[in-house]
Design a protein around this ligand. Structure first.
Ligand code: SAM
Length: 320
């Protein structure tokens, strides 16, 4: 017997989304549907805790999940952005099998796409529908912030959620921050949620800026976000003496570092992201030292290939 939360069918989607955000669902078991109720397998017994109205904890036989790849345990098998799952599995049969099982067993997943690569200046995914309905616009919750994301028109990766939270916590109230490649604003909003900071968000993709505006309007933020649809290299020269610059354009950010350094105050921080192997990382850090930066922190955000990781470097400007 396994503990399940029994909820009315009409409200099931809302419960599932909420529990998924709180990482409360035991993915080893399937969500089961009755005539007018849904049973959600629980990671922990929440019998004594306050529950949403109309729900109760029940002991039932758990149905083993047929899915081998689950969001947390997947080891990169797919990313979940709201109601949309995106996989990079290259073997088509395996990808379709995964997609079909996801749609069957996860009522909150409406579409599963194959990501055939990221292209163009807006870093858009080339997506092929594997299973479900062809929807692209979805709502996604990260660190208590609600985002609207159109996965066909903007770049977004949920794999940076923890990194964005870590950066947000490093920011002090009163800082002026430039988010140089802001997308729909996940760094900007994580910071503005956490801190009373002044954030300048720049992106050249008009759809990203449109969604960023909506995301700012839909969340309760402490900080202020001003956004610009512009090329970062052209826009950044209009600012000076800023406390922090976030540079999340992993394959190209290095070419913007000289301009960013001019805009940064001495003592200011660049949060820099790049995909590198170990030797390239050593070389990059040496270059940054030669340019007048001190390395304050270094972490692996996520693996990228057998030899490469996406690294996060916090660089402090020591001199002009
Ligand atoms: N920071 C966002 C995030 O964490 O989801 C988006 C990062 S995405 C890797 C890079 C973004 O940079 C894209 O939204 C793209 O449109 C934007 N971009 C690329 N080149 C740019 C440029 N020269 N000026 C402004 N934005 C640019």
């Amino acid at each position: 017997m396994t503990k399940h939360l029994k909820v009315p069918k009409k409200d099931a989607q809302r419960y599932i989304s909420r529990m998924r955000s709180a990482d409360g669902i035991d993915n080893n078991y399937q969500i089961q549907k009755g005539d007018d109720f849904v049973l959600i397998p629980l990671k922990q017994d929440i019998t004594g805790q306050e529950k949403m109205p109309g729900s109760e904890v029940v002991d039932v036989e758990g149905l083993q999940s047929k899915i081998k790849f689950l969001p947390k345990e997947a080891g990169g098998a797919f990313d979940l952005i709201g109601e949309i799952a995106i996989t990079k599995i290259r073997e088509e049969e395996r990808a379709i099998e995964l997609a079909r099982s996801l749609i069957l067993t996860h009522p909150n997943i409406k579409a599963v796409y194959l990501d055939r690569g990221i292209t163009g200046k807006y870093r858009l995914r080339d997506l092929k529908l594997l299973s479900g309905s062809e929807i692209y616009l979805t709502k996604y919750r990260e660190n208590g912030i609600m985002f609207q994301i159109d996965v066909s028109k903007v770049y977004f990766s949920p794999r940076l959620a923890t990194e964005r939270m870590l950066v947000a916590k490093e920011v002090m109230d009163g800082e002026t921050v430039i988010d140089l490649f802001a997308g729909v604003g996940p760094f900007a909003l994580n910071i503005a949620k956490e801190r009373d900071a002044n954030i300048i968000a720049i992106d050249s993709n008009p759809y990203a800026i449109e969604l960023l505006h909506k995301n700012v309007a839909n969340n309760n933020l402490r900080g202020k976000i001003t956004s610009y649809c512009a090329d970062s290299a052209e826009k950044i020269v209009e600012f000076s003496g800023v406390d922090r610059i976030i540079m999340n354009l992993p394959h190209e950010a290095f070419s913007f570092v000289t301009a960013a350094k001019k805009t940064l105050k001495t003592g200011g921080i660049i949060n820099y992201y790049e995909i590198l192997n170990v030797q390239e990382l050593e070389d990059r850090m040496e270059t940054f030292r030669d340019m007048g930066f001190e390395l304050r922190a270094k972490r692996v955000v996520h693996g990228y290939s057998k030899t490469q990781n996406m690294y996060s470097l916090a660089l402090r400007k020591l001199r002009e």
